[in-house]
Design a protein around this ligand. Structure first.
Ligand SMILES: C[S@@+](CC[C@H](N)C(=O)[O-])C[C@H]1O[C@@H](n2cnc3c(N)ncnc32)[C@H](O)[C@@H]1O
Length: 262
């Protein structure tokens, strides 16, 4: 077994994160850059450091999970969501279950909450999950830089954020609409009966084998006719293979097969 494989097994034991399901080249590059930053000569010494130091373990998890996000990321897709997808989902007035499945510091989940406010639909439960506890902590805090709000319409910005020393804090009435929870997409059970699932800008880090499993899990997690919303570079190659019908770029609808399980 090579040293990298051994490192991966040790990291899995320590953190329950299986790096073998993340694209190897990219992951190696990130790990090497962290090792350099910490003057670590090899993976064995670096793993020793991770085991001994909470601070370095946090740095490691933070760096490999890549938390970059912003409100209404790729605004054109959010327009499609608002104008073409939500009118169908909200048409029979049921309580919608929405899941932001790699929510980073909450920007995506709060964007959903803002959008539902905007269309004045409050029968909605928003669950937001991520593997990274630090990101979830920031999400619950709900304080953002002006830069991450560039796509937030002025009226929503004025109504739902408080400005404090150049930072924007989302108001409690929006915070209350989102429930944050730790969930590892590669290990944990998925919530059931979701009407809308967002999984954006995380699949790009996973191997083909991991993606294959995840698409099946997302299918099972959706309610009948549920919608799966993916990131801008993450179109599904053969959606039918997973029981999805492409209805717009980046939006897939669950095909229902009656009671026969896939
Ligand atoms: C680039 S951010 C995407 C945030 C948001 N969805 C967006 O599109 O702006 C990727 C997020 O995926 C999370 N992530 C990485 N691996 C994960 C896993 N196995 N399970 C759940 N979340 C994971 C990271 O912690 C990070 O917050």
């Amino acid at each position: 077994m090579d040293v990298y494989q051994e490192f991966i097994i040790n990291v899995k034991r320590l953190t329950n994160i299986d790096l073998s399901l993340y694209k190897e080249k990219q992951m190696r590059r990130r790990i090497e850059s962290l090792m350099k930053r910490n003057n670590m000569p090899d993976l064995i010494s670096y793993f020793r450091l991770l085991k001994q130091s909470e601070k370095h373990l946090k740095e490691f998890l933070n760096y490999i999970t890549i938390n970059v996000s912003e409100f209404f990321r790729n605004p054109a897709q959010w327009q499609v969501l608002e104008k073409e997808i939500l009118p169908h989902l909200t048409s029979n007035k049921k309580t919608l279950k929405v899941w932001s499945s790699a929510c980073a510091s909450g920007e995506e989940a709060y964007s959903l909450a803002l959008l539902f406010e905007k269309i004045n639909y409050n029968k909605v439960e928003i669950l937001a999950t991520d593997i990274d506890d630090e990101a979830l902590k920031a999400a619950r805090l709900g304080i953002y830089s002006e830069k991450s709000l560039v796509n937030v319409p002025e009226d929503l910005k004025r109504k739902y954020f408080t400005v404090k020393e150049g930072q924007y804090e989302i108001k409690d009435e929006i915070k209350r609409k989102v429930k944050f929870k730790n969930l590892n997409l590669l290990e944990d059970e998925f919530p059931a009966n979701c009407h809308l699932i967002l999984c954006r800008n995380v699949m790009i880090y996973f191997t083909e084998e991991a993606k294959d499993k995840l698409y099946r899990k997302f299918y099972n997690s959706l309610a009948d006719d549920g919608i799966f919303f993916v990131g801008n570079t993450e179109q599904i190659i053969m959606p039918q293979k997973y029981g999805f019908e492409s209805i717009r770029s980046f939006f897939y609808k669950k095909i229902n097969y009656g009671s026969s399980a896939r």
